[in-house]
Every structure is written in structure tokens, then in C-alpha cells.
Design a binder for this molecule. Structure first.
Ligand code: HEM
Length: 288
């Protein structure tokens, strides 16, 4: 069981240290000068440092993928050419990595804990919907490019991992909407599906990262051949390869930060911790 002293500050408005904890710990939680207060403060600082690192890595990923497509791959168009393909990495990284990862850690931000959960649930769902829309448009870009150039679809390992990630994400979003947002869904179902939702959410992020790494690698092998228009081969590590490799490293680092945040139980929203799982349909929560 989570100890009251492990919870992040906000004990006045959450169940930490209330009926689930004996009185002495409750006293510790409310005493700012006590060692428990120092520990909570340290947890808060570590959380925000990790969160800021995640935001910085997100921005770095976006800059790298945009510079790669715009500066090294000739920019963007929607005409079936290679310029249409260029939307693919940008939209996939923006949707299935950056927006998805940031949406996943939204509930962990302690600033949101003192407030009604409903707006944060809606923001979580909206961020995930935007991520899904961007990734579907990103897939349309590459399918359109393949079809316009008579390139077979879904032949590569990258495409298999990628299509699995997107399909699971779409299913997860619909199931999340039905189970956690619709007021008619029963409490028992929410309790049952919450761990599955969290586990699958992490699985989808892992698949997205695997898809990005394999996609970056594949693209570099395609375009950086000694024979391709005088380009330096990948093995010579030209500046484009350095940039794209760095993009891959940044994506992995971002994923690790997201998993670090998600894996720490002390950073869970207090009313989402396992011992506090008393779900009520959303509209009831709203009124509490
Ligand atoms: C979560 C991220 C990603 C997903 C879900 C994804 C998904 C896909 C899918 C499903 C295809 C097959 C399209 C078809 O068969 O017509 C594809 C193709 C492709 N993707 Fe990605 N992709 C992702 C990220 C990236 C990134 C970052 C790059 C880097 C440039 C990339 C490069 C490619 C390339 C070169 C192809 C064409 C060759 C192939 O079909 O394997 N992808 N992607």
C-alpha cells in the first residue's frame, strides 16, 4: 500500500493520508517541515525536471524531423511525389510519439490534481484524438505516395509494426472513450479495464518508437546510397545521416522519460492510485 508520506503535495484535497492511513502518518503529511515534507518536495522537483526534460525532447524531435524533411528531403507537397512522403515522418513523430507521449503523462502533473478530473479527461482524450488524426493523415501520405508510384504496400517490417501501432491506438481510443468517458459505463468495467488501458498505452508507445526507429533506418538506406545522385553513402555518416540518427536517439530518450514518469506510482494522480480505485461514472465524478 502507498504510504501517505510518499504522496506528492496536495494532501488537503486528495485521499492520501486520509482514511487509508493511520493518524500519525496523516500528521506527517500535513507538516511541511517534517522529513516527509522534504521527501515530497524532492519527488515534486524530480517530477518536474523529468517532465521538462520530456517537453524539451519532444520539441527537439519535432525540430529534427521537420529540418530533415524540409532541408534534406526537399520539403512538402501533396502530389504523390517524394515530397508527399515527407509528411509521413513529420506527422507520425508529431502524432504517435510527441502528442501521444505528452498526452499519456498528463494526469501525472501535480498541478492538475487539485482540480475536477473531467476537464483533464477531456484534454487527455482530445490530445489522443489529435494524435490519432495526425497519424492517420501521415499514413495517407505514405500510402498515397506508394500507390502513385506503383510501390507495393505493407511489405516491410517497419510497415507491419507501424500499422499495428496505429490500429491498436485507434482501438484503444474508441475503447477509452466508451469505458472512461461515457457516463453509462459501469464502475466495475472501468476498474477492470483501467490496468489494461495503462498497459496497452505503454505497449503502443513502444511500438510507435520501434516503428520510428525502423522507418528512419529504412529511409536512410533508401536515400543514402553511393549511386543515388552523388549522395554520400550512409556508411560515410554524412550530415543528413547524423541528423536522422540523432532524431532516432531523441525519440528513444523521449520514450524512456515517458516510461520513467509512468512507472513511478508516487506520481499517479491520487484518485487513480490502485488503492483508491473507486471509479464513478464521469458525470457523477463531476458533481463530487
Ligand atoms: C509511429 C511512427 C510510424 C508509423 C506508425 C509508420 C507506419 C508506416 C506504414 C504503415 C507504412 C507502409 C505504407 C505502405 O505500405 O504503403 C510506412 C512506410 C514507410 N515509412 Fe513509416 N511509420 C512511422 C514512422 C516513420 C518514420 C519516422 C520514418 C522515417 C523516415 C518512416 C519511414 C517510412 C518509409 C521509408 C516507408 C516506405 C517503405 C515501407 O513501406 O516500409 N516511417 N510507415
Amino acid at each position: 500500500m502507498q504510504r501517505g508520506s510518499d504522496c506528492l503535495p496536495l494532501s488537503h484535497l486528495d485521499p492520501c493520508g486520509s482514511e487509508t492511513f493511520p493518524p500519525p502518518q496523516k500528521h506527517e503529511v500535513n507538516s511541511p517541515g517534517a522529513p516527509a515534507g522534504v521527501s515530497r518536495m524532492r519527488q515534486t522537483v524530480i517530477f518536474y525536471l523529468s517532465y521538462l526534460l520530456g517537453v524539451a525532447l519532444s520539441l527537439a524531435c519535432l525540430v529534427c524531423v521537420c529540418v530533415w524533411s524540409a532541408r534534406w528531403r526537399g520539403g512538402f507537397a501533396w502530389d504523390g511525389s517524394g515530397l508527399q512522403f515527407n509528411w509521413h515522418p513529420v506527422l507520425m513523430v508529431a502524432g504517435l510519439v510527441v502528442l501521444y507521449g505528452n498526452g499519456a503523462v498528463l494526469y501525472r502533473v501535480p498541478l492538475t490534481w487539485g482540480q475536477n478530473k473531467l476537464p483533464w479527461k477531456l484534454l487527455h482524450a482530445a490530445l489522443m484524438l489529435l494524435a490519432l488524426v495526425l497519424s492517420v493523415v501521415g499514413l495517407c501520405a505514405v500510402f498515397g505516395f506508394h500507390n502513385a508510384n506503383n510501390i507495393p504496400n505493407l511489405y516491410s517490417l517497419h510497415s507491419w509494426i507501424g500499422i499495428a501501432a496505429t490500429a491498436l491506438f485507434a482501438m484503444q481510443w474508441v475503447a477509452g472513450l466508451a469505458v472512461f468517458l461515457l457516463p453509462c459505463s459501469p464502475t466495475s468495467l472501468r476498474k477492470l479495464l483501467k490496468p489494461v488501458h495503462v498497459w496497452l498505452g505503454g505497449g503502443i508507445l513502444s511500438l510507435s518508437i520501434a516503428a520510428c526507429i525502423s522507418g528512419i533506418n529504412e529511409k536512410l538506406f533508401f536515400v543514402l546510397k553511393a549511386s543515388a545522385g552523388g549522395a554520400q553513402p550512409y556508411s560515410a555518416l554524412p550530415p543528413e545521416a547524423l541528423l536522422a540518427n540523432s532524431l532516432g536517439v531523441l525519440i528513444v530518450a523521449f520514450g524512456l522519460v515517458v516510461f520513467f514518469i509512468l512507472s513511478n506510482q508516487k506520481w499517479q494522480r491520487p484518485d487513480s492510485r490502485p488503492e483508491e480505485l473507486a471509479y464513478t461514472p464521469l458525470l457523477q465524478e463531476e458533481n463530487e
